[in-house]
Write a protein that binds this ligand. Structure first.
Ligand SMILES: NC(=O)c1ccc[n+]([C@@H]2O[C@H](COP(=O)([O-])OP(=O)(O)OC[C@H]3O[C@@H](n4cnc5c(N)ncnc54)[C@H](OP(=O)(O)O)[C@@H]3O)[C@@H](O)[C@H]2O)c1
Length: 241
């Protein structure tokens, strides 16, 4: 297969959890992937492959986004899908958050989306096709008084609105923007000891699996008439109690 026929994805936060699962799923389906995180080159779970390029860097910095987009263009010649997945979760009482906490969460969860998405759009415009998926979180719909995490709310709730705005701005170039909003997912983000309690947070009485989120992203990738959408993959949390 020639370089231009194989689809190319960029996945941020690809060393662990959802990003790792998505990268593996795309590779299994014949995609070429530029996978990035601060420590991705040390990953033991991603096997070397001509279809995989690893780029280390802090997703909150513009220089990382430039490096990642350049790598995709140089190695694979196009970008069909960007998944803005890198993120951290820092639950605390609101007044306990420090200036460092604010900068860390907003850079990792929001600036990463901003810089990386800016880098891919010019190429997608030239291609007259492309798709950007942003990973939000259920806290945007259903914050919890029992587990306060306002920086998660502040950094994740703009994603559905921003996806809609960009979907409209770039619809004329056939570039789609969608959001996936996970409930609590079984990834290294959550300690095993908390799993039982976290399962109870969902009407479906279980935590989500990485494959639940990967399936939603793959659905959106194939759903070429869907843009500006927010898919909640949250075991029913957004519906209420
Ligand atoms: N798990 C959940 O319950 C849940 C629920 C709702 C939303 N989400 C969202 O889903 C996404 C993935 O979460 P996950 O559960 O898969 O988390 P995870 O297993 O902790 O993985 C987080 C990924 O982000 C990367 N990362 C963290 N800080 C970074 C930075 N400054 N620069 C570059 N990469 C960075 C990490 O890699 P390095 O450490 O190598 O940089 C890692 O690859 C996040 O946006 C998260 O907010 C998760």
């Amino acid at each position: 297969m020639s370089t231009t026929q194989q689809s190319v994805a960029i996945v941020t936060g690809a060393s662990s959890g959802i990003g790792l699962g998505l990268t593996q799923a795309l590779l299994e389906r014949g995609w070429r992937v530029v996978a990035t995180s601060r420590s991705i080159s040390k990953s033991k779970q991603l096997k070397p492959s001509p279809d995989l390029v690893l780029v280390d860097g802090d997703a909150g910095r513009k220089e990382t986004a430039v490096k990642v987009a350049d790598a995709a263009l140089k190695q694979f010649g196009r970008i069909d899908l960007l998944v803005n997945n890198a993120g951290i979760y820092l639950p605390k009482a609101f007044t306990d958050y420090t200036e460092e906490d604010y900068n860390l969460v907003m850079n990792t969860n929001v600036a990463s989306f901003f810089y990386m998405t800016q880098q891919v759009i010019p190429l997608m415009k030239k291609q007259k096709s492309g798709h950007v998926v942003d990973i939000s979180a259920v806290v945007a719909d259903q914050p919890s008084g029992a587990a306060p995490a306002v920086l998660a709310v502040l950094s994740k709730s703009p994603m559905p609105a921003v996806s809609k705005a960009l979907a409209l701005e770039y619809a004329g170039y056939n570039i789609r923007f969608n959001t996936v909003s996970p409930g609590v997912i079984n990834t290294p983000m959550h300690a095993e000891d908390d799993h039982e309690a976290l399962a109870k947070f969902h009407p479906l009485a279980r935590m989500g699996e990485i494959s639940d989120i990967v399936d939603a992203i793959l659905y959106l990738q194939n759903a070429t008439f869907v843009t500006g959408e927010n898919i909640r993959v949250d075991g029913g949390v957004h519906a209420g109690r």
